[in-house]
Design a protein around this ligand. Sequence first.
Ligand SMILES: NC(=O)c1ccc[n+]([C@@H]2O[C@H](COP(=O)([O-])OP(=O)(O)OC[C@H]3O[C@@H](n4cnc5c(N)ncnc54)[C@H](OP(=O)(O)O)[C@@H]3O)[C@@H](O)[C@H]2O)c1
Length: 336
Amino acid sequence: MKQKLNIALVGATGAVGSEFLTLLAKRNFPVNSLRALASPASAGKKVIFNNQELTVQTLTHNSFEGIDLAFFSAGAERSKEFAPSAVKAGALVIDNSSAFRMDDDVPLVVPECNAKDSFSHKGIIANPNCSTIQLLVAIKPLHDYGTLTKLKVATYQAVSGSGAKAIEELSTQARDFVNNRSLKHSVYPEPIFGNALPHVDIFLDNGYTKEEMKMVFETKKILHHPKLAISATCVRIPVWRAHSESIWVKFERKIDRAMAKKLWLKAPGIKVMDGINNYPSPLKVVGEYDTFVGRIREDISEKNGLCFWCVADQLLKGAALNALQIAEAYYDIKPK
Ligand SMILES: NC(=O)c1ccc[n+]([C@@H]2O[C@H](COP(=O)([O-])OP(=O)(O)OC[C@H]3O[C@@H](n4cnc5c(N)ncnc54)[C@H](OP(=O)(O)O)[C@@H]3O)[C@@H](O)[C@H]2O)c1
């Protein structure tokens, strides 16, 4: 790829948007121009890209003139309303929200799993849910070897998954706790400090939450495995950044601990941290591009079953990095 791209960053002031600004520079993405877009409340604010100040503009239907590539990270409502305008203006949209993920004509892509699906886009490529991305990076090499038949996952999700306000809410509650003040909350239904809430996104009629069903539907779509038996329980915990997952899987063909490690060691985007007193944790993984696995065990309750623990920085691999990797693969750009 020789040409530099004109880029729009929708949600440039948010938790994910900030990571994009850093990654675009750090990975030497071929940026010709960068338009930082956010809500009217942020118009005129400055964000930093490549040591230069950019002035944030209000997102409108006319924001995409001359834009080649638009990254959307401003919530599903904004994506639904404004992504069609970006496509109409000739831009390729890579969308971080849930707006289009399950649409038949929108590829849902984790580059380590299904990069080729990107090429069937009709203007929009969707970035999966953060919890789904790290799960898929870990599962794909095992599935290719042993054929996955059943998957159960319990998540332990960081507050930054709910955006900049949630990061601030946990920090304020931590300060209020040590100062013996009452804990105020607005992002979550209860204080998140000192707590664990089995409540990520809204509750659905089947008793699952929307986050749990996103993991189910998105996993089947990305793996092209509609018959996969899969269920999820998603829990928000008082960790600032990086999601953890406890994963139980069953295969047609046995995968023991040694084989799992062997498959992961040669797979892209994954690091094994497995041994006595050695396992991934959110604080170890913050800022890392890879998905980390550890606590690898054969499941003693299930034939051909395997259990493991998986941690990734969800603002990077679960959001901005995965979206950027989609673009890099699509335009055949070699990152720095
Ligand atoms: N956080 C994660 O780990 C994660 C992972 C995967 C996907 N995502 C998705 O990424 C998106 C952004 O998440 P986030 O965590 O970055 O949230 P955030 O920190 O709350 O940021 C939201 C961004 O959207 C902008 N925005 C809000 N209303 C807008 C409007 N009416 N017009 C234009 N821009 C508007 C905000 O601008 P202002 O600052 O002006 O309000 C801000 O830049 C969401 O769709 C989320 O589901 C997040």
